[in-house]
Ligand binder design. Sequence first.
Ligand code: E4P
Length: 218
Amino acid sequence: MKFFIDTASLKDIQEAQDLGVLDGVTTNPSLMAKEGIGGEENVKNHYKAICEIVDGDVSAEVISTDFEGIVREGEELVKLDDQIVVKVPMIKDGIKAIKYFSERGIRTNCTLVFSAGQALLAAKAGATYVSPFIGRLDDISTDGLQLIQDIRDIYDNYGYTTEILAASVRHPMHILECAKIGADVMTGPLSAILALLKHPLTDNGLAQFLADHAKVNG
Ligand code: E4P
């Protein structure tokens, strides 16, 4: 399972990269705004800075919602670095643009996916990644993980190569459950990745080992 970090924070991206388990980065306009990154040039420079930190795919989201605008923005974004994947919203013109990009070898991440039908459309259009938002579904009392399972079943039935990128991951159990189902990728905050490290028996065991070692070694 690939691990992407869902942030525009260079500090968090660097920390995840230093851990040695990072496969890529996803961002969105809200995450960019949270870091105070605005203005076309600043945004582009920020994506370049992210690409310098990580080796893997970096999803850069378009702002346009019409076909021509999405294509124009996407073609500009991919010029920034080979690692850039154009993140396109699940709307009618978005699907048309994903089809356009896939026919030209430009990789895409279809975002804001909340149903299996949307995921099926994204795969048919040739999306590289599909991003079902499991946390936001859980927030409205709908089973986000069931959506990952449904998409897995549909894609496996027909051999779609679109990768399931479980998004809106909020905690370590989301990551584990997605791994059990067979999501190809998960994207979440640094806190969810670091939480996988934690177990009280590990902490207690290590403390005991070090204490016993100190007894005979000073
Ligand atoms: C996906 O690519 C989105 O950036 C993200 O996962 C949304 O997560 P949120 O629901 O925590 O905002």
